[in-house]
Design a protein around this ligand. Structure first.
Ligand SMILES: [Zn+2]
Length: 108
């Protein structure tokens, strides 16, 4: 089975699709259809992952994308910057750190 680009690379919104193969009665049944925000962490899920992984399959729980020249980190239930918590930083790690530091604060 070929992995489409959507399961290998994040788009400009930091979104992709999970690449964990699914099985049904011992037969291949496509891939997990959850949204993915990055690569799998083998410490969290040690099954086969061909590309990106959703949070359930060891992928990041936080979505990161570029907002202007800053990285912006948001949670999967993100709606808009007005309504949802977000972290900003010059690097992905900084943005994620800020999101965790201010989980309930709304960005003005
Ligand atoms: Zn998945």
């Amino acid at each position: 089975m070929q992995l489409g680009e959507r399961r290998k690379k994040l788009d400009s919104d930091g979104r992709g699709l999970c690449s964990v193969p699914m099985w049904n009665n011992g037969l291949p049944a496509g891939f997990c259809e959850n949204e993915a925000y990055g690569d799998n962490d083998p410490k969290k899920y040690d099954g086969y992952v061909g590309g990106l992984a959703c949070p359930d399959h060891g992928g990041p729980k936080v979505r990161v994308f570029m907002d202007g020249n800053m990285y912006c980190a948001v949670k999967p239930d993100f709606i808009t910057l007005q309504e949802s918590p977000a972290g900003f930083g010059e690097t992905k790690d900084e943005a994620i750190k800020e999101l965790h530091q201010h989980p309930g604060l709304l960005k003005q």
